[in-house]
Design a protein around this ligand. Structure first.
Ligand SMILES: NC(=O)c1ccc[n+]([C@@H]2O[C@H](COP(=O)([O-])OP(=O)(O)OC[C@H]3O[C@@H](n4cnc5c(N)ncnc54)[C@H](O)[C@@H]3O)[C@@H](O)[C@H]2O)c1
Length: 339
């Protein structure tokens, strides 16, 4: 039985709780949250993608307000770091140094320097470090990766991704809307698509972005072109400046030589392939969502089972690098090189 801990019982901590609870080989042994009121009221935590609204049963779980105390008292096999982004580096490194396989939410950290320290700490500890780039595991997105890699429909000519949200007003102490704590929507939200672009096509040669500064004081809406040597047109738009009635939308349209693949979480069917001669295919995808699948992947790896190389610390660092280049491009209105 894997003994799991969680630090940060907010929206994502609760999501991780539910994912671990559903696994037969995992027992949640301990939870830490600096705000102990989180242990008394565990329902109604908001976020873009639902699934964490029901109250949690914390019976039999050791609860801590102090991380060092939790590390000293518990023998954990894995820890989920579901803290605000500005706390990822410090707590992930402490967890790895304590010999715990660590799953840290995305984005990896605020700066490349912090990301590098985390990657180095993982190497030194010989423990696993996985960053929560859940879109790589999201059933439809995972299917698209498989389809593109198979070459079945030829080369990608163009791909465009969108991730649009109302302004998040639900975070602990409003950390999401403080640029020095979240990095704005570019680092917090749009990184999902920049990371997925990297997953599909590798590191872009350059990025060109335009953006709008919003309530966080940083870029809260970004439109980016990812430039590749083969000339395919790859763009992504992401942000959280939509008005409250808008809700949340994630979508993509991918033009291949022999098919058009599209996904829109607000549409029915959400996912389809338009192939030659008007044929419409609704591809079968894995059950579940990216959160449960990425955590199952992590636990499988912790158990010593072989898993495909879907995400590693270097990729996660590179995604932060892409976002920082996008922000620089927004500032300068020039292409920024990623070489
Ligand atoms: N993968 C995804 O799709 C996804 C979605 C949402 C959030 N996230 C990421 O998850 C992380 C957490 O976001 P969230 O929305 O859950 O935030 P949140 O504000 O809902 O929760 C943060 C929690 O951390 C606790 N906390 C703060 N400082 C602490 C400390 N020093 N020690 C212990 N607990 C502390 C707070 O009390 C709060 O309960 C962020 O990095 C965010 O970017 C990922």
């Amino acid at each position: 039985m894997i003994k799991a801990g969680i630090i940060g019982l907010g929206f994502m901590g609760k999501m991780h709780f539910n994912c671990y609870k559903a696994m037969k080989n995992v027992k949640i042994a301990a939870i830490c949250d600096i705000d102990e009121s989180k242990f008394n009221k565990t329902d109604g935590i908001a976020g873009n993608i639902s699934g964490a609204e029901k109250p949690l049963d914390l019976a039999g779980i050791n609860l801590y307000a102090n991380f060092e105390e939790m590390l000293a008292n518990e023998k954990l096999d894995v820890l989920s770091v579901t803290l605000p982004t500005y706390l990822h580096c410090e707590h992930t490194i402490k967890s790895l140094k304590a010999g715990i396989n660590t799953f840290c939410e995305k984005p990896m950290a605020m700066t490349i320097k912090e990301c590098q320290k985390m990657a180095d700490a993982a190497k030194k500890s010989r423990k696993l470090l996985q960053i929560g780039h859940c879109i790589r595991f999201w059933p439809e997105y995972a299917k698209v990766k498989e389809i593109i890699d198979s070459g079945k429909y030829g080369k990608v000519m163009s791909a465009t991704f969108q991730r649009l949200s109302l302004t998040p007003t639900w975070s602990w102490n409003n950390w999401l809307l403080q640029k020095e704590k979240s990095g704005g929507a570019a680092l917090d939200l749009h990184i999902h698509d920049s990371d997925y672009v990297q997953y599909l096509f590798g590191m872009p040669k350059e990025v060109f972005s335009q953006g709008a500064k919003g309530p966080s004081g940083d870029y809260d809406h970004v439109v980016t072109s990812f430039l590749y040597n083969d000339g395919k047109a790859v763009t992504a738009e992401g942000g959280w400046i939509a008005k409250p009635g808008f809700g949340f939308e994630m979508s993509f349209n991918i033009m291949l030589e022999k098919a058009t693949i599209s996904f829109d979480c607000t549409r029915n069917p959400v996912f389809k392939i338009a192939a030659d001669k008007g044929k419409i295919i609704i591809p079968k995808v894995a059950p579940g969502d990216g959160y449960s699948i990425e955590l199952a992947h992590f636990i499988k790896a912790v158990n010593g089972k072989s898993v495909p190389d879907i995400i590693n610390p270097q990729d996660s660092l590179n995604s932060v690098k892409i976002i920082l280049a996008e922000k620089k491009s927004c500032d300068t209105l020039r292409k920024v090189s990623l070489k």
